[in-house]
Write a protein that binds this ligand. Sequence first.
Ligand SMILES: C[S@@+](CC[C@H](N)C(=O)[O-])C[C@H]1O[C@@H](n2cnc3c(N)ncnc32)[C@H](O)[C@@H]1O
Length: 324
Amino acid sequence: MSFSTDDTVSPATGSGHLPVLLRETLDLLAPRAGCEQFTVLDGTFGGGGHTRALLQLDPAVRVVALDRDPAARPRAEALEAEFGDRFEFHHINFSDLGELDTGDFHGALFDFGLSSFQLDTEERGFSFRYDAPVDMRMDPESGISAAEFLETADEEALVRAVRNYGEESRWRRVVKAILAARGTGALQRTQSLAALITEAVGPTPRGRKAVHPATRTFQGIRVELNDELSAIERGLPAAFDRLLPEGILAAISFHSLEDRIVKRFCRKMAGRPEHARDNRTLDEREVRATMVSTRPISPGEAEIAQNPRSRSARLRALRKLSQN
Ligand SMILES: C[S@@+](CC[C@H](N)C(=O)[O-])C[C@H]1O[C@@H](n2cnc3c(N)ncnc32)[C@H](O)[C@@H]1O
């Protein structure tokens, strides 16, 4: 789960995290009949919702789970106690998967972005629903907080966050306001930062969807601070390389920037043009997988009604060819 545009202002869903597109994910990653051991990588363990369902699906399933957030560890320990050596957890960034010696996988899953645990924990500073220090680190044990980033980053990094990753059309005003607020304390707390951005953005233009004016900039800062898109660029090929023949790679995105990376990766592996300007001939493109479907799978109305945060989810999947 990640930054559907108004995640930060929608009502809290409580303390749990509902796994998104669960049935569709299980359909893709279920072991074949008669399979004795079926190892799945869960690159984004979070609350362990997908992992638990996979482990409950079939005793042949073993899950290797990763999360860069150390707060996921206690939830992982509960699964270790319940499922023993069918489950293992590693506190690492999925982009470092290549460094992990866990063998190969029959399936791999990524469910990008933030969990409800992260969004709904006040002191993590992801949401302006609460007044909290502006932290926003997925791994609070490493790197600098978002407040420090805002106080010290060069203008280029601020523009990347607000314009490129936040897709804020009034990015110039927002960057200017952030630079002007340095040293005043306004960049330190989620609600003072949200107020500053709201003032800089001004009234919502007619015709634009009414989300809180600070939503886009908050998401952009978070993506920049956690280097989220580069992690996806590195994590997808790392997981694909470890897939066994016929293995499935499934990825759930919540935002067009994430989905574009997944879509291009799927098309590249399937030997299709990666984008409109890709004019390589068929001979120049390598085919290593087939796309499970050309269009992404989205949640149905019932899931969106039960879990509004699922509404922007897009699931894409690849099946690795038997000869690679
Ligand atoms: C949407 S949640 C996953 C929820 C999970 N599928 C479930 O059902 O409970 C995303 C999780 O991925 C983690 N995450 C995001 N980017 C990551 C990365 N680059 N490496 C490892 N974990 C990451 C986040 O910390 C968060 O806990």
